[in-house]
Design a protein around this ligand. Structure first.
Ligand SMILES: [Zn+2]
Length: 343
């Protein structure tokens, strides 16, 4: 399969990450992007590099995200950095209950309004990098629409925690959702299969009341795992979208033997839905030694995951979500792609 690279796939990551109250090095380090690219090259992927700002991405972004939120992201850092003694990255320190709070355009107030947690710091280049991810998925969708059977898009930052109007968990624009919306122009039913370690809460929120995009996420059980408040199996969609969202939470320590039946269940659901195209929100943080994960998948597990996904026989867009820097990250990527290609 061909691979579309965001122009900023190896840009420096955020400076700090809050983990159980401690500031630690941010797990989304720049080498992570290069390591994923190495895996794609080892799998024999032809690399397509997207140039920055080739086209106006607003129509694609606004098809999914709230206009005021997008405007906030665009201007957030310049407004923030004009405050005296402002940090180099925006991290909110107050989180309003929107139903009872009044909107306030103070930069600190806006940060809490539009950023859902402390894991999505906004720096000078965050908006630029987020646009780079969107340009990659739009290019990937174009390739699919022109006949590619499968495309891998290497996006940093990733997107699946970003909802219609909030950033969260290193995600600002929901790349998979934007791609799904664009694919809908050609395909009447699109499935999003999220195999990242964490629940794809933003993607779920965006399509929760729709039945044309089926969202499925296999992830660490939120009882003990981020994002804690969503990802339970009782969340099945609402209104017209009822029964068109499926969460498959799995316990800590889940290994391949326990994971594959969950994936088979997801694949059966996508098949019964009669999806015409699929998006795989692809995370490798399910790997046994990932710093943010709690599953126990091996490198070879990704080969089997790729094989199972191929069995859907659908035009497939892999969209990069998580999976942090470990020595085996390139091998995990290679296994997924070759498993898919050789099935
Ligand atoms: Zn993740």
């Amino acid at each position: 399969m061909r691979t579309v690279l965001s122009p900023y796939f190896d840009a420096p990551g955020p400076a700090r990450f809050l983990r159980r109250g401690n500031f630690v090095e941010h797990p989304d380090v720049a080498q992570r992007g290069s390591k994923i690219l190495a895996g794609l090259e080892q799998a024999g992927c032809e690399i397509i590099s997207v140039l920055p700002c080739e086209l106006d991405l607003h129509p694609y972004i606004l098809a999914v995200h709230d206009k005021a939120y997008v405007k906030y992201l665009e201007n957030a850092w310049s407004n923030w950095s004009q405050m005296p003694d402002a940090s180099t990255e925006i991290v909110p320190n107050i989180f309003p209950h929107r139903q009872i709070a009044q909107f306030n355009d103070n930069p600190v107030a806006m940060a809490g309004w539009y950023i859902a947690d402390c894991a999505a710091p906004i720096g000078e280049y965050t908006w630029r990098n987020a646009l780079g991810s969107v340009s990659a998925v739009i290019a990937g969708v174009t390739c699919l629409r022109e006949g590619d059977a499968a495309i891998y898009t290497l996006c940093r930052p990733s997107g699946h925690h970003a909802s219609q109007d909030k950033a969260m968990g290193m995600c600002f624009l929901n790349n998979a959702a934007i791609a799904a919306q664009e694919l809908r122009k050609q395909f009447s039913k699109v499935a999003i299969l999220d195999i990242d370690m964490h629940h794809g809460n933003g993607t779920q929120q965006i399509f929760y009341q729709r039945r044309d995009v089926f969202t499925i996420s296999i992830h660490g059980h939120p009882a003990n795992f981020y994002p804690f408040y969503t990802g339970f199996d009782s969340e099945r969609g609402a209104g017209a979208g009822e029964k068109y969202n499926l969460n498959i939470p799995l316990p800590p320590g889940t290994n391949e033997a326990a994971y594959i039946p969950a994936l088979e269940q997801a694949i059966e659901v996508i098949s019964n839905f009669k999806a015409e195209a699929s998006i795989v929100a692809t995370g490798f943080d399910t790997f046994k030694s990932d710093s943010l994960g709690c599953f126990a998948l091996e490198s070879t597990s990704y080969n089997e995951i790729g094989r199972k996904i191929k069995s859907l026989q659908l035009p497939t867009l892999f969209v990069q979500e998580g999976g942090y820097y470990v020595a085996a990250l390139d091998e995990n990527v290679r296994q997924l792609v070759t498993g898919f290609e050789n099935a």
